[in-house]
Design a protein around this ligand. Structure first.
Ligand SMILES: Nc1ncnc2c1ncn2[C@@H]1O[C@H](COP(=O)(O)OP(=O)(O)OP(=O)(O)O)[C@@H](O)[C@H]1O
Ligand SMILES: [Mg+2]
Length: 245
């Protein structure tokens, strides 16, 4: 009985995002196995945020998997290198994998990419490739960029897709960021099925204030921890995202 009680109060393990300011806002980081929606409009920094999260993990010897549904894997590698996040050595070492769910395995991708999802609408294929990539890289961190792409034409299956992915990812001991695209005017996070299904929501915003675009973010929910309830301004620099505490 005592053991069970002790287990109950055992401090929950958190994963540091490695994004300056963010771990303070989250009181230490993202609770392990949480599935967190990174929601925001176009150009708000969702992909950069997610890539920084993956790279921080790699630097701490935690494997990572990035599911590319919106951009070419080559472009993702280039983008990460532009922030000096040197991922190719981690890919060669088998610690980092990009799943190409963008090209459909057409053209040079077929020879270059190790992980290809031919039909992103086929959730079974997606899950099979994802499981293989997580196991082979011993991944602790997963990014799906974007999860919106998986149910864009079929909003009724959004909840089911999110739950299926969540079950597999958390089941394998990983913590994940699901990028959620919302339109500029939309103050939501990606629809009720998704918003309630995930464990956390971080919303990124761009607002025009006196003729200038200002970036900010807010943690809307994060199961398993207390967190800042404030809106925090942030910057994107040549070294990635820096959040003001
Ligand atoms: N080196 C840099 N320094 C400052 N800002 C940058 C730098 N590189 C990119 N940005 C900013 O980041 C934005 C792109 O961020 P990101 O690709 O993460 O957006 P996103 O939220 O994923 O958008 P989308 O939904 O369109 O994919 C650019 O529009 C630009 O404003
Ligand atoms: Mg993006």
């Amino acid at each position: 009985m005592r053991d069970i009680i002790n287990l109950g109060v055992m401090a929950m393990k958190k994963l540091k995002t490695g994004i300056p300011g963010m771990d303070e806002i989250l009181n230490g980081g993202i609770p392990e196995r949480n599935i967190v929606l990174i929601a925001g409009g176009p150009g708000t920094g969702k992909s950069i945020f997610s890539q920084q999260f993956i790279y921080s993990g790699l630097e701490m010897n935690e494997g990572g998997v990035y599911v590319a549904l919106e951009e070419h894997p080559v472009q993702i590698r280039k983008n990460m290198e532009s922030f000096n996040w040197k991922v190719e050595k981690f890919e060669s070492a088998g610690m980092f994998a990009i799943i190409d769910a963008f090209t459909g395995g057409i053209g040079s991708s077929a020879e270059r990419e190790k992980y290809i999802v031919k039909d992103p609408d086929d959730i079974r294929e997606m899950i099979d490739v994802l499981k293989r990539a997580i196991k082979e890289t011993s991944a602790k961190r997963v990014v799906i960029d974007s999860v919106t792409t998986l149910y864009l034409t079929k909003p009724t299956i959004a909840r089911k897709v999110v739950f299926q992915l969540k079950k597999v990812i958390a089941g394998l001991g990983c913590t994940a960021l699901f990028v959620s695209q919302v339109s500029v005017a939309d103050r939501g996070f990606g629809g009720p099925g998704v918003e309630h299904g995930v464990d956390g929501i971080i919303r990124l915003d761009l607002d025009e204030i006196e003729g200038e675009l200002k970036r900010s973010l807010i943690v809307w929910k994060m199961r398993g921890t207390s967190h800042s309830m404030k809106r925090h301004p942030f910057k994107i620099t040549d070294h990635g995202i820096i959040v003001e505490i």
